[in-house]
Structure formats: C-alpha cells, structure tokens
Design a protein around this ligand. Sequence first.
Ligand SMILES: Cc1cc2nc3c(=O)[nH]c(=O)nc-3n(C[C@H](O)[C@H](O)[C@H](O)COP(=O)(O)O)c2cc1C
Length: 378
Amino acid sequence: MKENSVKIRNIINRFLYKNIAKPIFFHIDPEKVHDTMIFLGKFLGSNIITRSLTSIFFNYSNKKLEQDILGINFKNPIGLAAGFDKNASIVKILPSVGFGYAEVGSITGESCEGNPKPRLWRLKKSAGLVVYYGLKNDGCAKIAKKLKNEKYTVPIGVSIAKTNSRQTAKKEAGIHDYVKAFSMLKDIGSYITINISCPNAFGGQPFTKAEDLDDLLTEIEKIPCSKPIFLKLTPDLSAKELDALIHVCDNHRIGGFICTNLTKDRTNEEVKKHLKDSNIKMVGGISGRPIKELSIKLIDYIYKKTKRRYIIIGCGGVFSAKDAYEKIKAGASLIQLITGMIFEGPQLISEINQGLVTLLKKDGYKNISQAVGRYNSP
Ligand SMILES: Cc1cc2nc3c(=O)[nH]c(=O)nc-3n(C[C@H](O)[C@H](O)[C@H](O)COP(=O)(O)O)c2cc1C
C-alpha cells in the first residue's frame, strides 16, 4: 500500500475508533472489554482470510524499520507488551495488526486465577490504567503444550514470572517456580523475559534485591538455553538498587532490559504530575502516560551506565511516534506498549511505524538502528 493511502486509512480508522468504538468500550467494565478483544483476536487469527483482511486495514511495513538484534530479525520495533495476551491466545493476528513482535504472558509455574475482581480500572483523564490482575494465566504446562508446534511470522517473547501465591513467597520456592516455567517454555518463541517486577503478586518483588536475583539467575542458567534473556524492571528502584542489579546481570547471561513495568509509587512527582483523575483509591500498578517519564529516565540511565552492553526495550506511556522516537533516541532499540493502543485504537501501531519513518527521514537517518541512543551518544 502507498504511503498516502496508509495515512488516509489510518485517519479513517482513528476517527472510527475515537468516535464509535472507544465511547462504547469505555462504558463497559475494562476486563470484559479485554476478554472480548482476546476472543475477537483469536477468531481473526484463526484463518488466512480474516488475517489478510485485518492486514489490509492495519498493517504497514518499511525497510527502514528493520533491525537484527541478538540474532533475531525484527521487521519493525513496535511490540505488544506482556499482560495483554496472557495465555498466548492471539499471537497469530498480531502481525496483521502491524506489530513487529509480541511478548506473551507473564506465564507462571502454576496456573493462577489472579487477584479478586475488580482488578482493572481506566484513568480516563490521565491516559493510564490501574492494573491489579495479579498474574492471571493458565500456567506454564498448559501454555507450553498449546504452543509446542506453533510457527510464528514475527518474533515472540515469552515472559515468565513467579506464581502469585503464598506457596511461592519464600525465596527457594520462588526460584523453583521460575525454573519450572523457564524449563517448560525455553524452546518456545525467540526470547525469554524474566519478569521480576509484577507489582501485584503475593510477597512483593523479592528478586529486585541483588543477592536474590543472583541466586535466581544462577539456577536459571543451569538449564541449557541459547535464546536471549531479558529482565523486566520496575521503575520504582533507587539508583543504588539499580546499580546492584546491573552488577549482578554483568555476571550472568542477560541480553537486555525492559524499561519498564507498572509503577506502584504514587508519591513520585513525575507520576503525580500526570495523575489527573480524582479519587484514585484502587490498589495496583499504574500504566500509560503517568509512567512515560519514569520509563525514559530508566532507559537513559541504563544506556549511559552500561554503554551499549545491553539491548533496551522501552515500555511505558507510548501514545505516538514521537513518544516511541524519544525512547529510541534515549537508547531503546525496541518499543512495547499496551495502554496507548487502548486509548488511541489498534491503528496506533501503524501510525507509530509510519511516523517513525518520517522522523528518521527528517533527522537524516537511513534506518532505525542509526537513531538508537542518539540523545546520549550524538
Ligand atoms: C492489563 C495489563 C496487564 C499487565 N500484565 C503484565 C504481566 O503479566 N507481565 C508484565 O511483565 N507486565 C504486565 N503489564 C505491564 C505492561 O507490560 C507494561 O510494562 C506497562 O503497561 C507499561 O506499558 P504501557 O504504558 O504501554 O501500558 C500489564 C499491563 C497492563 C495494562
């Protein structure tokens, strides 16, 4: 499809989403809408006709967006973040929507119902969500069985986490749970993410403590696996805690960091500045615009500190090509999102990719790799 036709198609899609679909969705319980989208995604991904039609309405490709990272070819840098496709149900439709890759999960050692409902809220004025799902998923055994013989047209990351339960609260039991999920899922997809930053699980985030992370990675590395491993970080770490985690990773086989997961810290000035909804009393982690600056700060810090030793995936508050480009220039090679798509519509993926091509051209870069980290190493 020609660039101008894509632009017009996206304008029409945006208009329809903002004026028809979104007003309806935003009047319905968010978890019900999420479940309905998974059901629809499963159906659209189930056969070549619906996949091709979805592609006509949403896809976009451009050579300038292609990158080879840690041995994986990404056709574009925009991926679906973990937490939307918890049980890897809609992987087949995601490339047609325009995603260059997707991360499924987080998947845990045991199946988990998650926290009691309600557990997902919209912050309409702040362009964010409050998430209290608590790692709801079918568990590693069932999901591994389902995905065993699947072939994918884009890279798939598999996010693993510790089961949200009292039984995994002790360190040894927690490590055992991660190791179980890792062993079962290591042969699926293109990379593995170790999520140590779920804000809503029983017992908190023990593996954000350097010595506990060291023990966890030591056990994980006993299992042979040649795929890249990413670590997903919380934005709520002090510089000292972050330095200690990076130091641990330097002694292990970590290929990169995902910056960032949801924030729990509602006292952070950057977060408070963007919290415009009144009476935000619900428990849970915050996504979207309120965490955009936290994500950029984390990318910036890690990029400068580690001098390109790690690949960075930028995640948090991406609502436009400009938001994505800002993270790329700070040092992110890839981007992930969820909340932007919910507030702006599924055409956002193609809008961002096309917008990135325009921004690259404007800055005189031949491809996306040339822009990575340019704020920090001009
Ligand atoms: C509904 C929902 C569920 C999520 N569940 C997970 C999860 O299971 N694992 C994880 O690593 N991150 C999870 N996240 C965090 C996202 O992957 C992402 O880090 C965060 O939402 C920031 O990106 P965004 O502002 O584009 O939404 C979840 C986010 C949302 C909105």
